[in-house]
Each structure stands twice: as structure tokens, then as C-alpha cells.
Design a protein around this ligand. Sequence first.
Ligand code: R5P
Length: 267
Amino acid sequence: MSMNWGMANRLARIIKSDGRAVMLAVDHGYFLGPTSGLEEPRKTIEPLMPHADSIMLTRGVLRTSVDAKADKPIVLRVSGGTSILKELSNEDITVSIEDCIRLNVSAMALSIFVGSDFEKETLVSLAKLVDEGEKYGIPVLAVTAVGKDMARDVRYLGLSCRIAAELGAHIVKTYYCDNFEELIGSCPIPVIVAGGKKTPEMEALELAYNAVKGGAVGVDMGRNIFQSDSPVGMIKAVRAIVHENVSVKEAFKIYESEKNSKARKAS
Ligand code: R5P
């Protein structure tokens, strides 16, 4: 993809020189409120930051809970306007491009809800955000959010990812699914995989492994890291899968050893 220097530089801060990325997702509060594990964002974020390549969050949490001296690329959630109590697809753009520039973000993230009530509005918002981002060299991460009745299969996720790419997104975040390679093959922009609901640690590591093996640039993982009994152990294990190509078994050992060493220190 040909792009201006600023855009290329910001993207390179997120997707590292090995073509891989570990993004820490802590933006859940924008519609879920005080999500389990994120009740006190600073406490969750601080120990995990050193192990993430970039961090995805809202401007409220960025301003209140992240040190401005932290040298970590910010992927700012700029869509919202709804809560878990309402129709989730009814989102709009919630941050101006000027504030994104002031906050020195490396990318802007917006959800698209293909097949939902507000499909058109979210897709048009994506296109508008890309227009704004292009003016100032700020990439856009499209998040393929899934409505209540949507299947998380390759047909649906492939449709969403391709539309995101066609509308000009620079990266797309989606879910891992069967026949994932098919999705990758039909999506001309980098794909990053969300972790999804909390699952046993081994399963979350398998997901990360399969995602990168299937062609994703990495993972944008939240709950499977910060809701784990060893968040630092999990992010270290995920990082080893994404950047060092370790097996799931080896990664699980990294998680366990971090967990055990913390338990020893506490006793
Ligand atoms: C949804 O709230 C956000 O886009 C999350 O950043 C995304 O779902 C990734 O987080 P998790 O790994 O918890 O699914």
C-alpha cells in the first residue's frame, strides 16, 4: 500500500519490523462501563504496558490512567455513543481528528456493524474517518463488531473485513474463525485478531497461535490477558507466540512460570 511518510511511520510503530503486532485492548469500558479486570484502569495497564507493542483505549482512560511520558503507540477508540443497555450498532464518531492529533495517537479505531441496524451509518463513519486520517497521516483500524444474531464464520467476518478494506481502513481487527486463511486471502490490508471472551489460558494461546499461523499480523487481546490469573504471564506468552513463533506448549510454560514466580514472591 503506498502511503505518506507519517502514515507509514505510525503504522510501523504498531506493526513491528517483523510484520507482527501485540496490541493490548483495554477499551471495553466505552460501552461496558467498569469491566471486570479493568475497574481501576491504571492498575491493570501499568504492569502490562512494557510487554505490549501498542495499547488500544479511549481518550478518557488515556488521559486519566496512562503516564504522558509512556513511550507506547496509542490506538485510540474513536467510536461509541451507545451502551450495553441499548442497540450496540448505533455508534458514531466520538473524538475529533484535532483531539487525536493533540493526543499524539498512532491510529484511530472505529467499529463497523455489518448486517446490523446501523450498518450504513457505521460504514459511512469509517469512510469519513479514513478521509480525516488521510489528511494528517493517521491510520484507521476498523473493528468488525458482531451484532447479536451474527455468525462469527468466515463468510460473515470475511465480508466485514473486505468492506473495511474497500472503504480505506489501514488495519482491520476481527475474530479468528474456521477457514481463517480464506479471510486473509480476500483481505488486502493487515488483519489483527481480537481475543474475545475469557477462555482457559491454553485456549487463548491456541487462538493467538492459530491466528498468526493463519496470516494475521498478531492479536489485539484484552479479556484473555487482564482477566487471567496472571495477566503479565499471559501477555508475555502471547508476545512469545507473536514475535518468537514459539509453540502453544512453550508459551503456556512462560505463562505458568510467571504465575508461579509471583505466587512464590507473595508467600
Ligand atoms: C471491544 O470492546 C473492543 O474492540 C475490544 O478491544 C476487543 O473486543 C478486543 O478485546 P478482547 O480480546 O477482550 O475481545
